[in-house]
Design a protein around this ligand. Structure first.
Ligand code: ADP
Length: 303
């Protein structure tokens, strides 16, 4: 995966390509006719970093060489290239160099590598804007979900939707008996799906009931079902014009889902959703204990 930090480590090499290219390599035809180009340690480190940060990818670059040429011949097209195209371009040039010694040196001399890095820097800038905006829309607090002043709270229910222990019990107690009456009419809910009711005596107008998976060791589709809970809850929120939404740590209580793994899924799903849609303004994760709060908080900072 490409990360903003990984791109920063690549872009740190950029000044090297603004210097005369001859400082990056020597040509010694006398040493070996097959491989006369000797790259400087700095240039070699750059190439290694391209591999390490996943800019060199596994794909059929030989079949893509004409495409790479097209970007070379039409520099303006490079200005709108996406990250995947840049990965393909970089891969093609790095791989071609292993068959054709000096190919990369030529790409440095003709400015192609610098042009690719400049486009990469633009994409990196956009990533930061987007990331900062999304992080502001995700809140992590320690508290009780039944007290949240949001449009909707999410309940980690069971398939019967008839109440239970943990957060489910707390929500039913705080909402009052009318919630159970409305739930009875819903006829249950399969794992991974979500259904909506009113919030009754809760400060929240709505309750979205979703059924998390019971942890069975991690190989029974638990990750996917948990991701479904977040996706389906968010989809219901959009359908009901819900602008603010609070989630508990679904499945991490009696259902036994490991907290860190569940947190990674929760944050990834919510982040992906918020980056696609402005329909929901903010999502709050309500952690019941300090342990959950510490984990959410730490994982949010690495998003
Ligand atoms: P599940 O059956 O999905 O595991 P639980 O209710 O047992 O559901 O636990 C889910 C999470 O909700 C746990 O992390 C638990 O600590 C937390 N929780 C329990 N009560 C509350 C509450 N009042 N507010 C927020 N979170 C709560």
């Amino acid at each position: 995966m490409i990360t903003p930090d990984g791109l920063d480590r690549i872009l740190a090499f950029m000044p090297m390509f603004e210097r005369p290219p001859s400082s990056l390599y020597e040509v010694r035809p006398d040493l070996s006719m097959m491989d006369p180009y000797i790259y400087s340690p700095e240039f070699t480190q750059f190439i290694q970093a391209l591999y390490r940060e996943n800019l060199v990818i596994d794909f059929n670059w030989v079949a893509w060489k004409d495409e790479a040429n097209r970007y070379f011949e039409n520099p303006t097209e490079l200005e709108s290239a996406d990250l995947e195209t840049l990965q393909k371009l970089i891969t093609t040039h790095v791989r071609a160099d292993r068959f054709n010694s000096g190919h990369l040196a030529q790409m440095v001399e003709n400015g192609q590598i610098l042009a690719i890095l400049k486009r990469l820097a633009m994409i990196r800038g956009q990533m930061e804007d987007c990331g900062a905006d999304i992080k502001q829309r995700i809140q992590v607090i320690q508290g009780d979900i039944t007290h949240q002043q949001v449009d909707a709270i999410v309940n980690a229910a069971n398939e019967s939707l008839l109440g239970g222990g943990g957060v489910d019990g707390a929500i039913h107690r705080a909402a009052g008996p009318e919630l159970l009456a409305e739930c009875r009419a819903l006829g249950g809910c399969p794992t991974g799906e979500a259904k909506i009711t009113q919030g009754y005596d809760l400060p929240a107008q709505w309750v979205i009931h979703t059924v998390g998976p019971i942890w069975q060791g991690g190989h029974r589709g638990e990750d996917e079902r948990l991701a479904d809970c977040y996706r389906n809850s968010l989809a219901l929120a959009v359908a009901h014009n819900i602008r603010t939404l609070a989630f508990p740590a679904i499945s991490t209580g009696v259902y036994g889902f490991p907290l860190e793994r569940a947190t990674g899924i929760a944050l990834a799903e919510v982040k992906a959703f918020l980056s696609r849609s402005d329909a929901v303004e903010a999502v709050r994760f309500v952690c019941f204990g300090n342990e959950a709060y510490q984990i959410y908080h730490a994982m949010l900072s690495t998003l």
